[in-house]
Write a protein that binds this ligand. Structure first.
Ligand SMILES: CC(=O)SCCNC(=O)CCNC(=O)[C@H](O)C(C)(C)COP(=O)(O)OP(=O)(O)OC[C@H]1O[C@@H](n2cnc3c(N)ncnc32)[C@H](O)[C@@H]1OP(=O)(O)O
Ligand SMILES: O=CC(=O)O
Ligand SMILES: [Mg+2]
Length: 532
C-alpha cells in the first residue's frame, strides 16, 4: 500500500502557509486525502466541464433545452425517494448565509436561525487567504473554539442554546485552486473545499449530533451530481464513515439543471437533502446560456422578479419535485440587507423581504435564506406563522404542471432603461473592485444583462440605442463617479478595464470569478483579501 509520504510526492502547496494552517488543515494525512480525490475525480470533472462547452455550442445554434428522454424512467418512476432528513436538518426554516471569515462565522452561529451555510462560493473571493483561513475558522467552529477578540469587542459563541447546524458550500466545479497542485495540475476548488472540510470535521460534526453537510452550487447536469455522489462515497469509505452520512443540498441555479431536478436528487439520493432555488445565479445562467438568442433578452434587472413566468415555473417545479421525493425544497436569498440611516428606505426593503418570504412559505418551500442576521427575525416570523410544522414536505403541489415552455417563458414585462444600465454598471464594477460588496451571483446578472443588451442592440425606453460606444460612455462615467467617491488607491479604473470587454458584447467570461482569479491571487502571497 502507498504510504502517505509516497502519495505526497506529487503534491505541492504554493500559498503562504502558517504554523496554524499546517497544524490544523494542511496536515500530511489531509493532503494525501486531497491528492486521492484529485487523482480519482479530476479527469471526470474536466470532461464534464468540456461537456458544458459543447452544450453551449448547441444552445448558441438555437437548440433549446428539454427534459431528457434517456432519463424519463427516473422521472416517471414514482417509487424512489431521497434520504430522510438528517439530524439537524429536519427543520431548516431560516438559514443564514455568509463568508467564512472568523467574525462572520461567530455572528452567523449566534444568529437566531436554524442552519448556517458557511460559504466558500458566491459571497467569498477565492483568494488563498480566504480559503485556507476559512478552513481554520470552520475547524474551530466545529470544535466550539472559535471565540476571539477584535479590539475591545469579544466574539464568543452563545452558550444558551444549540447552535445552528453548519452546512458548507464549496466552490463550483469550474474553479481551480491553483495554490495546491497534484502531479503538476491545480486541484479543483470544489475538492479542496469539500475535501479539507470533510477530512477534519466529518467525525466531529457527527459526534456533536449533526453531520458533514454541504450545499452544492452551479451544477449544470445530473452527471455533475453523480460526480459529487462518487466523491461522497469515496470520502466516507476512506474514513470509515457509513455511506449516507453526508448530505448535499443542490442549488438549482442554472437553467439547464432545472430540466434535471429529479435526476439530480436521484443521483445523490442517499446523500440528498433537497434542492434550493438559487435565484440569482439562475437568472444569470438564463441570460448567459441564451445570450446569443434575441428571444431571451430581459428588461431591467428590477423587473426580473420571482413572479415572472420563467421564475415562477422554476419555483413550482422545484417544490413539487422535492416533495415528491421526500426532500426539502429550500427558498432563496432576498438581496436586501438593512439600510442604515434611511428609515423609509429600510422599511421598504424589509417589506420587500417580508413579501418574498411570504410568497416562499405559501408556495410550499420548507425554509429560506437570509444574508444578514438582522433579517432572521423577519424570515422566522413569516415561516413560524405559516409553517407550524418543522417542514412542509407533505405539501405535494400536485396542482402544478410545468413543461419546457413554462421554464423557458421569457414573457417578462418591463423596459430597458438608462437607469437600469447605470445600476448594472455600478453593481458590476463595485463587485469587481472589491469582491465582497456584492455577491458573485447578483453581479453576474448585471454584467450579463449589459453584454446581452449591447449584443442585441436594444433600444432603451428613452429611445437610445445600446451600442458599444454608448455602453463605454456610461461605463466611463460610472467608473469616474465611483472612483471619485472611493478612498484613494481604489481599483475602479482597473476594474473598468476588465469590465469593458464584458459589457461591449465582445468577450464573455463564463464566470467573473474565473476572469478575476489570476488578478486577485498571487502565488506565494498571503495578503490581499478581496481587492483586485
Ligand atoms: C446569491 C447568493 O449566493 S446568496 C449567498 C451569498 N451571499 C451572502 O451570503 C451575503 C452575505 N452577507 C454579507 O456578506 C454581509 O451581510 C454584507 C457584506 C452584505 C454586509 O455586511 P456588513 O457591511 O458587515 O453589514 P453590517 O455592518 O450591517 O453588519 C452588522 C453585523 O452583522 C454581521 N453580519 C452581516 N452579515 C452577516 C452574515 N451574512 N453572516 C454573519 N454575520 C453577518 C457583520 O459582521 C456585523 O457584525 P459586527 O457588528 O460584529 O461588526
Ligand atoms: O446562490 C444563490 C444564488 O441565488 O445564486
Ligand atoms: Mg449562487
Amino acid at each position: 500500500m502507498a504510504t502517505t509520504e509516497s502519495i505526497l510526492q506529487g503534491v505541492s502547496v504554493a500559498g503562504a502557509v502558517t504554523a496554524e494552517h499546517k497544524e490544523k488543515i494542511l496536515t500530511p494525512a489531509a493532503l494525501a486525502f486531497l491528492a486521492l480525490l484529485h487523482r480519482s475525480f479530476d479527469g471526470t470533472r474536466r470532461a464534464l466541464l468540456q461537456r458544458r462547452v459543447a452544450r453551449q455550442v448547441e444552445l448558441d445554434r438555437g437548440v433549446l433545452p428539454d427534459f431528457l428522454p434517456e432519463t424519463a424512467h427516473v422521472r416517471d418512476n414514482p417509487t424512489w425517494r431521497g434520504a430522510p432528513p438528517a439530524p439537524g436538518l429536519v427543520d431548516r426554516r431560516v438559514e443564514i448565509t455568509g463568508p467564512t471569515d472568523r467574525k462572520m462565522v461567530v455572528n452567523a452561529l449566534n444568529s437566531n436561525v436554524w442552519t448556517y451555510m458557511a460559504d466558500f462560493e458566491d459571497s467569498s473571493a477565492p483568494t488563498w487567504g480566504n480559503m485556507i483561513n476559512g478552513q481554520v475558522n470552520l475547524y474551530d467552529a466545529n470544535r466550539r473554539a472559535v471565540d476571539f477578540k477584535q479590539g475591545a469587542k469579544e466574539y464568543k459563541l452563545r452558550q444558551d442554546r444549540t447552535l445552528p447546524t453548519l452546512i458548507v458550500r464549496p466552490r463550483g466545479w469550474h474553479l481551480d485552486e491553483k495554490h495546491v497542485t497534484v502531479d503538476g495540475e491545480p486541484v479543483s476548488g470544489s475538492l479542496f473545499d469539500f475535501g479539507l472540510y470533510f477530512f477534519h470535521n466529518a467525525a466531529e460534526s457527527v459526534r456533536r449530533g449533526t453531520g458533514p453537510y454541504f450545499y452544492l452550487p452551479k451544477m449544470e447536469s445530473h452527471l455533475e451530481a453523480r460526480l459529487w455522489n462518487d466523491v461522497f462515497n469515496l470520502a466516507q469509505d476512506y474514513i470509515g464513515m457509513p455511506r449516507g452520512t453526508i448530505r448535499g443540498t443542490v442549488l438549482i441555479e442554472t437553467i439547464l439543471a432545472a430540466f434535471e431536478m429529479d435526476e439530480i436528487i436521484y443521483e445523490l439520493r442517499d446523500h440528498s437533502s433537497g434542492l434550493n432555488c438559487g435565484r440569482w445565479d439562475y437568472i444569470f445562467s438564463t441570460i448567459k446560456k441564451f445570450r446569443q438568442n434575441p428571444d431571451f433578452v430581459l428588461p431591467d434587472r428590477s423587473a426580473v422578479t420571482m413572479t415572472v413566468p420563467f421564475m415562477d415555473a422554476y419555483v413550482k417545479l422545484l417544490i413539487q419535485t422535492c416533495h415528491k421525493r421526500g426532500v426539502h425544497a429550500m427558498g432563496g436569498m432576498a438581496a436586501q440587507i438593512p439600510i442604515k440611516e434611511d428609515k423609509a428606505a429600510n422599511d421598504k426593503a424589509m417589506d420587500g423581504v417580508r413579501a418574498d418570504k411570504l410568497r416562499e412559505v405559501q408556495a410550499g418551500h420548507d425554509g429560506t435564506w437570509v444574508a444578514h442576521p438582522a433579517l432572521a427575525a423577519i424570515a422566522s416570523e413569516i415561516f413560524n406563522k405559516h409553517m407550524p410544522t418543522p417542514n412542509q414536505l407533505f405539501v405535494r403541489r400536485e396542482d402544478v404542471e410545468i413543461g419546457q415552455s413554462d421554464l423557458l417563458n421569457m414573457n417578462v414585462p418591463g423596459k430597458i432603461t438608462e437607469d437600469g444600465i447605470r445600476k448594472n454598471l455600478n453593481i458590476g464594477l463595485g463587485y469587481m473592485e472589491a469582491w465582497n460588496r456584492e455577491d458573485a451571483a447578483t453581479a453576474e446578472v448585471s454584467r450579463s444583462q449589459l453584454w446581452q443588451w449591447v449584443r442585441h442592440g436594444v433600444t432603451t425606453a428613452e429611445g437610445k440605442k445600446v451600442d458599444k460606444a454608448y455602453a463605454l460612455r456610461l461605463l466611463q462615467e460610472t467608473t469616474d463617479q465611483l472612483a471619485a467617491a472611493a478612498p484613494k488607491g481604489n481599483k475602479f479604473s482597473l476594474a473598468s478595464q476588465y469590465f469593458a470587454g464584458q459589457v461591449t458584447g465582445e468577450d464573455y467570461a463564463d464566470f467573473l470569478t474565473s476572469l478575476l482569479y489570476n488578478e486577485i491571487t498571487a502565488v506565494g502571497n498571503a495578503a490581499p483579501a478581496s481587492k483586485l
